[in-house]
Design a protein around this ligand. Structure first.
Ligand code: A3D
Length: 319
């Protein structure tokens, strides 16, 4: 039987997700949005490309959660972006309300779905989503690390003039200024990136610049676009997670997952390597960290905790 993916939020990322899923024939797609016309319009537009592209899936748009019933995967991008004059806490308050509505909409209609959250601020919103929905923690996960790692790899590949395919890396921690590029786990053509510096093949300043550019990778695109934020790479990253679940690929991917002691963190969502297979998050992978990586990750953990404390002040249910 064909699988079903529901996309909650049919904006820039939602529409791109729908298109990628259709091209890959990964599943039937339901696009949901409070703005019903956007969901229906994008679904119709993509459906009309099927005879050109040759894909065979059903795609529809709706503003009714009943239509998302019994989804195998749900990907959430519902939210509002930060506008001028809005504080981080203002945005958090608005998106927490939206995520509560989404949680109420999906928890009874698709209780067995693998739920991927993309709405920002990511780590806190995915934690709130799990709490509001009560869905199992191994089935509720946040997308950020794949995107951040992909940006880091791309910048490194450009600097070293080498294919991204020859670069292994991991960017972990919270999705924001404190994300950590794990340099001791970054290899270029099988060689540690830090050794390339020792050998004079890469300047330390260049690597520092790339680490920094990765942290502000989202902001760089916001500035260029002037309106909206990145959506192609975020959508591709969400699809990789959905595919690993639906096809039981058991890929190791950096994602925001619920930790219960791993990395010294208890009861918090954080970007770490996980295995995604038919049972959702099948394993949290713990990797050895050197002192610098540990210190940077601790800094990131504090930032996520601080933001979650702000969320608890907004809604005591999250406490
Ligand atoms: P956008 O194009 O504004 O789409 C958001 C959609 O959500 C709009 O179509 C809204 O109508 C819809 N919406 C609002 N409220 C609701 C609701 N209650 N129920 C259902 N739909 C609703 O944004 P986008 O697609 O560019 O980005 C979506 C989210 O992803 C934002 O929060 C971004 O900040 C976030 N984002 C995260 C990453 C990460 O790496 C984590 C990267 C890029 C964007």
């Amino acid at each position: 039987m064909k699988k079903k993916i529901s996309l909650i939020g049919a904006g820039q990322i939602g529409g791109t997700l729908a298109h990628l899923i259709a091209l890959k024939e990964l599943a039937d797609v339901v696009l949901f949005d409070v703005a019903e016309g956007i969901a229906k319009g994008k679904a119709l537009d993509i459906a009309q490309s099927s005879s050109v592209e040759g894909f065979n899936i059903n795609i529809s748009g709706t503003n009714n959660y009943e239509d998302t019933k019994d989804s195998d995967v749900i990907i959430i991008t519902a939210g509002v972006p930060r506008k001028a004059g809005m504080t981080r806490d203002d945005l958090l308050g608005i998106n927490l309300k939206i995520i509560k509505q989404v949680a109420d909409g999906i928890k009874n209609t698709s209780p067995n779905a693998f739920v991927i959250c993309i709405t920002n601020p990511l780590d806190v919103i995915v934690m709130a989503l799990q709490k509001y929905s009560g869905l199992p923690k191994n089935m509720v996960v946040g997308m950020a690390g794949i995107l951040d790692t992909s940006r880091f790899k791309y910048f490194l590949s450009q600097e070293l003039n080498i294919s991204v395919k020859k670069i292994e890396s991991l960017v972990l921690g919270g999705h924001g200024d404190t994300m950590v590029s794990m340099l001791n786990h970054t290899k270029v053509d099988g060689k540690l990136v830090l050794d390339l510096i020792k050998e004079g093949k890469l300047k330390k300043e260049s690597l520092d610049r790339i680490v920094q550019r990765t942290k502000s990778g989202g902001a760089e695109i916001v500035k260029l676009l002037e309106k909206g934020s990145a959506f192609y790479a975020p959508a591709a990253s969400g699809v990789e997670m959905a595919e690993s679940y639906l096809k039981d690929l058991k890929k190791q991917l950096p994602c925001a997952a619920h930790l219960k002691g791993e990395y010294g963190v208890n009861n918090l969502y954080l970007g770490v390597p996980v295995i995604i297979g038919k049972n959702g998050i099948e394993k949290i992978v713990t990797i050895d960290l050197n002192d610098i990586e540990k210190k940077n990750l601790e800094h990131s953990i504090s930032a996520v905790k601080e933001l979650f404390d702000a969320a608890k002040k907004i809604d005591s249910f999250l406490g």
